[in-house]
Write a protein that binds this ligand. Structure first.
Ligand SMILES: Cc1cc2nc3c(=O)[nH]c(=O)nc-3n(C[C@H](O)[C@H](O)[C@H](O)COP(=O)(O)O)c2cc1C
Length: 210
């Protein structure tokens, strides 16, 4: 079983999502016994560059266009293939996803921009878009300073969990679970309880299906 473990918080050991993705990945690996192969990618420590014009043109070359001459662009293409291969090979993906300004950190968005590729992870058909990366399980670890779940503001302001569900759904992945630690900015007992609850939810992955 291949597990891809992604972190995107830049806050290192102070990060809550990192603590919880580590627990979730450990539990999933434990379930697989000796068969687990865990690939770790730290999107904050080694950020992927945002898509620029040169790279986009190289990723989607016009018919007959020559291969890019620039060594930098060729390196970016190779890195994109590496990131995509890790994603496609994974049976389970654990994604650390703090809420940043109602969405996800730019480091995580840059990863999504590399893996969402027409013809590789989705395609457009006459019947509409079709995801090509199904058959895997995604566990999103959501960390938030405020409390949004179940509030009247959620529909308008959650562009993090809802966005990630939409992205992975678009890529064909039906099995998306969210482990949430929110209200972390409230500090004290509320923060400790949110972390404990999220760690407990990670533990429940041991008994869950798939
Ligand atoms: C730049 C930035 C933007 C943030 N935006 C939000 C936000 O929109 N909503 C929210 O509830 N918390 C927000 N937070 C709080 C983080 O979601 C919270 O600190 C969380 O613990 C970060 O995850 P981490 O501990 O894994 O780094 C923000 C924090 C930072 C640094």
């Amino acid at each position: 079983m291949n597990i891809l473990h992604l972190d995107s918080s830049p806050l290192g050991t102070a990060s809550v999502s990192r603590q919880i993705t580590a627990a979730a990945a450990r539990v999933l690996a434990g379930r697989a016994g000796g068969n687990a192969v865990v690939t770790y990618r730290d999107l904050a420590a080694e950020p992927l560059a945002h898509l620029g014009g040169e790279l986009l043109r190289a990723l989607r070359p016009a018919p007959g266009a020559p291969a890019p001459e620039s060594a930098a662009v060729r390196a970016e293409l190779a890195l994109t293939e590496e990131v995509l291969a890790e994603f496609l090979a994974a049976d389970a993906v654990v994604v650390g996803a703090p809420m940043y300004n109602f969405s996800v950190p730019t480091q995580l968005k840059a990863w999504i921009d590399r893996i969402a590729q027409a013809g590789r992870t989705f395609r457009y058909t006459a019947a509409g878009p079709e995801g090509l990366a199904g058959g895997k399980r995604v566990v999103v670890v959501s960390s938030r300073g405020g409390k949004l779940a179940g509030t009247p503001a959620e529909a308008a302001m959650d562009h993090q969990e809802a966005y990630l569900r939409a992205v992975f759904g678009f890529l064909g992945i039906a099995d998306v679970a969210v482990i949430r630690a929110e209200g972390l900015g409230l500090g004290g007992e509320a923060r400790e309880q949110a972390i404990a609850d999220a760690l407990a939810q990670s533990g429940e992955l041991a008994a869950s299906d798939a």
